[in-house]
Structures are given as C-alpha cells and as structure tokens.
Ligand binder design. Structure first.
Ligand code: F6P
Length: 522
C-alpha cells in the first residue's frame, strides 16, 4: 500500500487546530498549572521511561485535535507500512526496516518476497563472534599481538550513530580504545594516527556505498600508513568493512571474510542497529549491544501498538508540529542532563534534519508550510552557562526536551542531587518565570530598593516557555536504545504529517558533485 498523501493544511483537523490556536494562543503555562492534576494528565510512561509534557502551551483539546490530524492523514497505516517492509522510501525505491534489525520476534519481514530475518540473525552472530575474538585478545595482529585500538572510519550515519553510542556508553566500555575518523580534513586523521600502533590497531571501514569521498580518502591514508610497517598480506588481520558495495571493498583489498553486510533497506542515519554498530559491539561487548537493540525494540512495539494519545513518540511529534506550524517556532533544543550524552544533539541533527529538511511534498509539489525543525543543544548544566540566557529571556520561542536520569552511574549522590535540581529548576524557570512583583520584592528585601526603577525590567522572566521532561531510571544500553528509537519514530511521524519523504536525502548531493568538479579542475 502506498503511503497516504494528504496536504495536512487542507485537512479538517488542521482547520480546527487553526481555530483552536487562535482561541488559545495567548494561554499561559502558569495559568494551566492552576489545575492540580495537570502533571498527571499530561504525563506518559513506558516502564523505566516517563515523559512529562505538562509544561506546554496546550490543553487536552489541543492533544485531541492533534491526534485527529494524525488520524486524518493516515499515520496508523503509514506506521504499518513501515514495519511491514513496504517501499515507503519511494524516491529511492526502498523499504525502511531499521526496526527489523532489532526485532526479537519470529515473524517474517519480506523484502522483494524474501524474509530478511535470517540474514539479520546471521549478521548479528558474525558481529558477536568477531567482537568476542577481538575483545578477548584471541584475534591477533600481524606480529601476533592482540588488538588494543579500534578505528571507525566513516561519516554521517556511518560515524555519528556509533560515535554517539560509544561516547554515551563509556561507563560500560572495555579495555579497547575506540577512535572515530570522519572529516576529510587531514589534520583529523593525523591526530588520531599519532596514538596508533599498526601492530595492534583494527580499522573498521564503514560505508554503505563505499564511494564516500571522506571515508575512502581516510581509509586509503590509514592503509598507506599501515603499509609503512606491514605488507598487503597483513591487511586481513587489521582491516574489516561494513558495506553493501562488495566489489569496491574487494578492490580496496579487504578479505571477503572480513566484510559485514549492510542493506539498502537501512538508511545511513538509521543504521547503528546494523553492522554499522560493529564499533559499538567492540567497545562495550555484544551483550550490551544487544541490550541497546532490545531497548529500541521496546519503543518500536510501543510506537506500533499504542493509541496516539498515549504514544510517546507520536505525542512528542505532535507537540513539535504544534510549535513549528502554529506558533512558528523554528528551532528545538535537546538538552541532556548527562555528560555521557554530549554527542546526542549532533547525532539528532543528522537524523532529524537530513530526514525532514524537505521542501516538496509526496506529490513533488513545493510546500507552502513549515517542515523540518532546526535541532540543536548541549548538556546540562554546562549549557546553562552558555546559551540558556537566550532561551529564558530572548525573543525566540524554543521548545526544549530535557533528558534526565533518576540515578547516576557512579553514585556520587551529592553531584546527582545538584544536577537534577538544575534539571527541574531550568524547566520551572522556563515555564513559570519571575513576575514584576517578585522582582520588586526581591530587590526590596535584598536592600536594593533604590535600584527597582532601573533594574526591574531586566530581571523579569516572562516564563511560558515550553519543555518536555524525558526521564529514565538510569543510563543503560537498553534505556539508550529506547531514547534513540523514540526520536526515530518522532521523525517518521512528523514526516507523515508534513506529507514529505523522510528517508531520502537528495539535498546532500549537489555540494558533493560541485566539490568533485572543482577537484577535477585542480
Ligand atoms: O550525508 C549523506 C550520506 O549519504 C548519509 O546519509 C550517510 O549516512 C553518509 O552520507 C555516509 O554514506 P556512506 O555510508 O555510503 O559512506
């Protein structure tokens, strides 16, 4: 079944949302919070995850109308089409099945009439066996020494996902040093080479196409560096590849046995769940990698089977559309209160902006409404001392996701109490602000009554700035998998509502072509 194709702005629900928006647009979170049940009524849970979306400029009518919109544009059918392996990436003629990669179910998923589950299981077994050999030291380099360093060579989806996950799961990391080379900037690879010993380094070249300029250039540079100490016969012990392009991998000199598969039905930015995640499995062990997949699967099941009003990715997608298309907010902040998640905003920028940064709809017609949001962010509490001034008192409306954990990993409770006090404090400050009266009183009490006339307007916080509190018990591989899958499903939901194709990325091509032409002229 083809994806539904509806201009969202021409639907009944959109008309109703427009009327509703005009009625409530000046609503204040401060006033909405006079309802004692507000928090309870606007919270959702999924085992160790809770999402409190009470600090938004919405009423239950807003949610109802947004859900009506999702129903009217055929979101449920679109979700089924994705999970069933239909060709929903129409412009590239592909199914989109990163969900199949993490599925534990025995049910078949067909692509071109063939069940893909057995190939996924084979790839997982290969990842497990290879990771075990390298981690245990049984895999030896060309001089008989065990591997100490793993270098992931890739860019975009072949880098950002594994890099972000390895960084986020540092607590679970083993003895292997993991490095990521992505930029074609030679200084990047040179800095990394300084720390490597050819006898004990394993290179994982990750490129779905195996033609990406940056990756192939870095891989060649590292191979040449390696060959200064070793011979081409030593390559199989030190170079492995993850790719769909077997011929190019072979030409590069990589042993067939050392090739891990990629498939056309997995998009680059959704590929960390495939063998693209090999560096993750090498860094934290296969069991932790599997737990990451299991967490994602838990979110998949929730997304597929839960009615929209209680469906976490759907509700977050709808809220984002509310701000993007009605309040005309252009950006969204992602603010994790865990230093481990410092690479999450970068990762999400590719996932969200490469997917939904589209200006034509599913008919190929130019769109006259806003699509993809601009996503940015950094970790709390550091960002409180950086950009939060603008979020609190600037002229722009910036809805923000605050991601937090009930427990810290090392158990420094004093730190964690402070961290979480800031987490809640920021959201309260954004929502409730500080009134003129409060500032007046504060200046008086602090003996600064003489400054009231000059300082008062600068110290007022208007509040009414929206946020979502996304809270897990603890940062584990499983909870991280759930978090990433949550955002993946939010992306797809928004793409369906905006009537765009989320799974192609033609917008990255022109710059690449022009760079190639310039290079050929030199
Ligand atoms: O930036 C465009 C893109 O195609 C991404 O979608 C992809 O993740 C990245 O390039 C890398 O591509 P490849 O894995 O083929 O090297």
């Amino acid at each position: 079944m083809a994806l539904p194709n509806n201009n969202p702005t021409k639907t009944n629900a959109w008309q109703q949302l427009t009327n509703h928006f005009n009625e409530i647009k000046d609503i204040r979170i401060q006033d909405l919070y006079k309802d004692d049940n507000r928090k309870e009524d606007f919270s959702l849970t999924l085992n160790d995850l809770s999402v409190d979306f009470s600090k938004n400029r919405i009423t239950s009518e807003t949610i109802k109308l947004l859900v009506d919109l999702a129903k009217e544009v055929g979101l449920q059918e679109a979700i089924e089409s994705q999970f069933n392996g239909e060709i929903i990436n129409v412009t590239e003629g592909r199914a989109v099945l990163h969900t199949a990669l993490r599925s534990n179910s025995e049910d078949s998923v067909l692509v071109d009439g063939k069940n893909i589950k057995p190939q996924i299981q084979t790839a997982l077994r290969k990842i497990r066996s290879f990771s075990n050999k390298v981690i245990s030291g049984k895999w030896k380099g060309y001089t008989g020494k065990s591997i100490t360093d793993v270098v992931n060579i890739g860019i975009g989806g072949s880098d950002l996902g594994p890099d972000m996950i390895v960084e986020s799961l540092q607590y679970y990391k083993n003895h292997l040093n993991t490095h990521f080379v992505s930029n074609v900037d030679g200084d990047h690879v040179s800095e990394i080479m300084k720390h490597l010993d050819p006898e004990t380094t394993l290179f994982v070249i990750v490129s779905k196409t195996f033609t990406t300029q940056e990756t192939i250039t870095n891989a060649e540079t590292l191979k040449n560096w390696f060959l200064k100490s070793a011979t081409i016969f030593d390559i199989p012990k030190h170079f492995v590849a993850v790719s769909t392009n077997l011929e190019a991998v072979d030409n590069f000199g990589i042993d067939k046995k050392n090739v891990f598969p990629m498939w056309n039905w997995v998009g680059g930015r959704f590929s960390l769940w495939s063998a693209v995640g090999l560096s993750i499995s090498l860094s934290v062990g296969f069991d932790n990698y599997r737990a990451l997949l299991d967490g994602a699967e838990e979110m998949d099941i929730h997304f597929r089977n839960t009615e929209f009003e209680n469906n976490i990715p759907v509700v977050l997608a709808l809220l984002s559309i509310w701000y993007n298309n009605f309040y005309m907010a252009e950006t969204e902040a992602v603010l994790p209160y865990s230093q481990y998640l410092k690479k999450l905003p970068d990762y999400l920028q590719q996932a969200i902006m490469e997917s939904n940064g589209k200006g034509v709809d599913r008919n190929g017609d130019k769109i006259d409404y806003q699509t993809g949001t601009i996503v940015w962010g950094s970790t709390g509490t550091n960002m409180q001392h950086a950009f939060m001034q603008l979020v609190h008192q600037g002229t722009k409306l910036i809805p923000a996701d605050f991601i937090g954990y009930k427990e810290s990993l090392y158990g420094l409770t004093d730190h964690h109490k402070k961290l979480m006090a800031n987490y809640y404090g920021q959201m309260d400050a954004l929502a409730f602000g500080k009134t003129k009266e409060d500032v007046h009183l504060e200046l008086q009490v602090s003996g600064n009554a003489d400054k009231i006339n000059t300082l008062l307007p600068f110290k007022v916080f208007e509040g009414n700035r929206p946020s979502n509190a996304i809270m897990f018990d603890k940062l584990t591989p499983k909870s991280l998998g759930k978090l990433v899958a949550l955002y993946e499903h939010k992306i797809y939901t928004q793409g369906i509502l905006w009537n765009i194709y989320s799974y192609d990325q033609f917008g990255v091509e022109l710059g690449k072509e022009l760079a190639k032409k310039l290079l050929n002229k030199q």
